[in-house]
Design a protein around this ligand. Sequence first.
Ligand SMILES: [Zn+2]
Length: 320
Amino acid sequence: MKEVFSYKNVAAQTEKLAARTGVPKHWSKRKNEKFDVHEICVFFVFFCIEEKSYRRFIAFLVDSKTLNVEKEPHWTTLEKAFKRLPPRLLRKLEQESGKCKHKLRSLDPTYFQTTNPSASYLVRIGRKIDKYKGRKVSVVICPKCDLVSDVFLRAKERHGLKDVPELLPSFVDKDVLGDKEFDAESFHEQIAQVGGRAFVPPRRIETPIWRTKGQHRKWMKKKGLPKKYTLRAHSESNNHAVKTVFGHTLNGRTFWPQARNCYGKYLGYNLIRKDRQAIFIITFYRAKTQTIFIYYLFRNEDEWMLRFVRSAGIMKLEKI
Ligand SMILES: [Zn+2]
């Protein structure tokens, strides 16, 4: 893994991702726009990575010169442009960026704060922080390469099982690891319907098998958990990483800005992670037909990587 990520690579990947996912270049046919939607997506990812106010973010863009835009946008321009990005589209970008070829998925809900008051202020206003929950976010990750393949949050907090129908597309033909919260026959059935398999520890171990309801749950109790279940710990470490790096608070006063911020955090996280995983050592090789061999060091070759290699017209791949 690389020690640091490159802002330029992240910007290039975001633009590619937006083009691949079918994000339109312009929202309007007639309006004279200075920045197209793909550029706004790049600004948004940077904004979520940097965690700055709008004014400080523009100052950062001007001084760092990471994006070669002719003229930096006014800070209110960005504020208005981000409002126009639909959260559903950002979620789609997030799903696209987290694709990998591994067969394992791990599901774990976590809480994000919506405000970040100081401890002394809480004492003064008499709010009990242990009763304050914030927003519940269901996160699906690949425990092998630690990419986040899907995120979902809803305005009103519900049981984690209620989010499963929304997350089903990321469970197609996958082995899903869940914690005790998901010990229900309906969870097993839903995942079996899309061709996957669920592994959940039984909640009440003392109940005998003949009294356990559902064939999947009976089977789980009889066979026990597989060895790969230990990889579920990656979910917890991943949640911790996202919260420490991108902040544990969702910015915005109402639900939709918070959702936008949440999807942006995970999108930025995936892009940084991918950029750090890819290290290229390019060597030119003169053979009968001039073929470029790219020797690459990549912890997990995924679809994104292979597509890049194919598009560059490389004939042979060797792994170091
Ligand atoms: Zn993976």
